[in-house]
Design a protein around this ligand. Structure first.
Ligand SMILES: [Fe+2]
Length: 240
């Protein structure tokens, strides 16, 4: 287990950089941007940009109310600790063991919610039926045989989440791709994995349009994966 002291030593430089440049350790539009705990990143398109697959009202409520609530509650939880407050939310959820015990559950839930949604928005774009290309396609072929194999695993993972959670495509330390499901707002970062993108299967992500028909939402979701963003993120994280 990493001690808090080791955690702060490890991230001291990053924290200092974030103090100078609050908000992002990378340019805000970088596919590997990290996010300050207190900042709700703007929705990078209009709320109706994903119609008819995800409706404008859902997008507005999801971003403006639900994501904002994770940010607000995370600030309440760690705002009194200047060193933790200066770190990115991705650093915090990557090192839960090093967060003081009385803040850990809040960082896991609220920080996870902030980190997960901060990746969710830029990974969405109407793709007009596009599928992964180039290096990402090759990695997916290796892991899942082909794109259909990926879809089958991802659909199964997203459908099988009991209650609220996410299904993820992650990059493992060995450089291989894997599909996984996690409950609530747990982040793959907390398991040492690098999330490429995820599907939010909390009811707040789809209930206004799809009601109880989660499988329909999951099928529609394949039309709004921003493969250009995911491919760039894959290439950048593979180098990291
Ligand atoms: Fe959500």
């Amino acid at each position: 287990m990493t001690t808090r002291r080791e955690f702060l030593a490890k991230f001291g430089t990053a924290a200092a950089a974030l103090t100078v440049l609050p908000g992002f350790a990378f340019a805000a539009d970088s596919p590997v941007a990290t996010h300050a705990i207190s900042v709700l990143p703007p929705l990078p398109y209009a709320p109706d940009a994903l119609e008819p697959f995800i409706d404008a009202q859902t997008m507005s409520l999801h971003h403006d109310k639900h994501h904002q609530a994770y940010v607000t509650n995370l600030v309440k939880a760690v705002g009194s600790d200047p060193k933790l407050s200066a770190m990115s939310v991705e650093e915090l959820v990557s090192n839960l063991d090093a967060v003081p015990a009385d803040m850990r559950t809040a960082v896991r839930n609220q920080g996870g919610g902030h980190a997960n949604h901060s990746l969710f928005w830029p990974s969405l774009k109407k793709n007009n039926g596009a599928v992964p290309k180039a290096e990402l396609a090759a990695a997916m072929d290796k892991a899942f045989s082909n794109y259909a194999g990926f879809q089958a695993q991802f659909t199964k993972a997203a459908t099988g989440v009991f209650g609220s959670g996410w299904a993820w495509l992650v990059l493992e330390p060995a450089g291989t791709l894997k599909v996984m499901a996690l409950a609530n707002q747990d982040s793959p970062l907390s398991q040492g994995l690098k999330p490429l993108f995820g599907i939010d299967v909390w009811e707040h992500a789809y209930y206004l349009k799809y009601q109880n028909r989660r499988p329909e939402y999951i099928q529609a979701f394949y039309n709004v994966i921003n493969w250009d963003f995911v491919t760039e993120r894959y290439l950048d994280l593979r180098k990291a």
